[in-house]
Ligand binder design. Structure first.
Ligand SMILES: C[C@H](O)[C@H](O)[C@H]1CNC2=NC(N)=NC(=O)C2=N1
Length: 101
């Protein structure tokens, strides 16, 4: 099936399954708190690995004890698609192992 922008309702339904994620303009977004700067940097590296595997890349920000992501899909004009939610779910899977909340 071709990649298509999700409707507002589809975005809301998917966000309801992903606590901590929200719609920020035309992107989905989440910030995580970590126990140290080094732990946050390690999570950034792990997310970068996931993003290359998926060939889908967020804007990823390393803070003092935080990691923040926002993502949309450039190839459909910057709308939110299922690719963005695939990435969000993969990041959620690895977050507990980094002590991220
Ligand atoms: C050629 C390659 O598949 C594309 O440039 C990918 C890479 N990463 C991407 N990341 C995001 N967030 N959106 C895209 O449309 C996108 N496209």
């Amino acid at each position: 099936m071709p990649l298509e922008p999700l409707s507002q309702k589809e975005i809301e339904d998917r966000l309801a399954e992903l606590p901590g994620w929200s719609l920020d303009g035309d992107r989905i977004a989440r910030s995580y708190r970590l126990g140290s700067h080094f732990a946050a940097a390690a999570m950034v590296l792990h997310i970068a690995q996931l993003q290359d595997e998926l060939d889908h890349h967020s804007d990823l920000t390393l803070g003092y004890h935080s990691v923040s992501l926002t993502v949309n899909t450039h190839s459909v004009g910057g709308a939110v698609t299922d690719l963005d939610f695939d990435l969000a779910r993969r990041v959620e899977e690895i977050a507990p192992g980094h002590g991220a909340s």
